[in-house]
Write a protein of this length. Structure first.
Length: 310
């Protein structure tokens, strides 16, 4: 009996992305329920979505939460397997959803994520990030593998990830109130609950970013905040700096192989900005309140926190 699948896409002002994405989903070999949860877009996102599915949810923009919004949609989903896609991800093959869902025939698998291939116009640094995080060979990771993978053991990506709904219930769903890295939070909880995480290189989507230096800084600031507030992940799986060192070496070698010698000065600046952002994020509680929102990629999150405290 085939596994029942629900595909969930959180959206906001996604009219540029949705037509291509929804047409690609329409061509998939797998049957699935499609749920689009929209944060009160100002463009034609909802109008486009309603052409493809009767399952649309609208929430106020101020209520969007990386983990909580996904959980709200997942609780309403009928599928045994929940596939999350971001609006800027695009399945490459017609069997992309089928391939990632097939991993859940293994009862030990609690979550899986597919391979992200960079869009052709992505910067060289964005291309390396995808090559480093999404290799060509699939693998499984269990809690016992933390000695081999360290903090990378918990890695997932909700740009294209799938979860067993029963496993999500068991770990208390994807927690709300996280500034970022809700997928790593869920991955850590899955591993500690005895589930296996799967990387499925054969299930491919286009997805990538060409972040500026300041965007990189802000992204790593938020990652630092996340690990400061979720220190139990570092205590259970190891420090993030170890993985960062491997990444820097890999990126430098990637630039050399691509003969991108003119990008080497930017390589040093970019990685310095990442490290500074991460360290400042880990120590955000020592920074002036007015500065924190400027340093973060998610200033609205800080406004929410301020409102809660008041």
């Amino acid at each position: 009996m085939p596994i029942a699948i629900s595909v969930i896409i959180p959206t906001y002002n996604a009219e540029h992305y949705l037509p291509k994405l929804l047409e690609k989903l329409k061509a998939q070999t797998a049957n699935f329920e499609l749920i689009i949860i929209d944060s009160s877009s100002c463009d034609k996102t909802l109008e486009i979505a309603q052409r493809y599915t009767d399952h649309t949810i609208t929430i106020p923009q101020c209520e969007f939460d990386h983990g909580g919004t996904r959980t709200e949609a997942a609780k309403r989903a009928s599928g045994e397997v929940i596939v999350f896609l971001t609006q800027d991800a695009l399945p490459i093959d017609d069997d992309t959803i089928e391939r990632i869902a097939a991993l859940f025939l293994n009862p030990d698998v609690g979550a899986a994520y597919g391979r992200q291939v960079p869009y052709p116009d992505t910067s060289i640094f964005g291309k390396h990030l995808r090559a480093f995080n999404y290799p060509e060979i699939s693998h499984l990771r269990r809690y016992e593998d933390k000695e081999k993978y360290g903090i990378k053991t918990v890695f997932l990506s909700d740009s294209f990830a799938a979860y067993r709904k029963e496993a999500l219930k068991k770990i208390g769903w994807i927690r709300d109130g996280l500034i970022s890295s809700e997928d790593s939070y869920a991955g850590a909880k899955m591993l500690l609950a005895g589930y296996t995480l799967a990387y499925v290189a054969e299930a491919r989507v286009f997805h990538s970013h060409s972040y500026s230096l300041m965007q990189e800084f802000r992204r790593y600031f938020d990652i630092g905040v996340f690990y400061r507030n979720q220190r139990w992940i570092l205590e259970a799986f190891g420090r993030a700096e170890g993985e960062g060192g491997k990444y820097v070496k890999s990126e430098f070698n990637f630039l050399l192989k691509q003969h991108a010698y003119l990008s080497i000065p930017e390589f040093f600046i970019r990685n310095g900005m990442k490290y500074l952002g991460y360290k400042l994020g880990q120590n955000y509680h020592h920074l002036p309140q007015g500065l924190i929102g400027i340093l973060s990629m998610h200033p609205l999150w800080w406004k929410k926190q301020s409102t809660k405290l008041n």
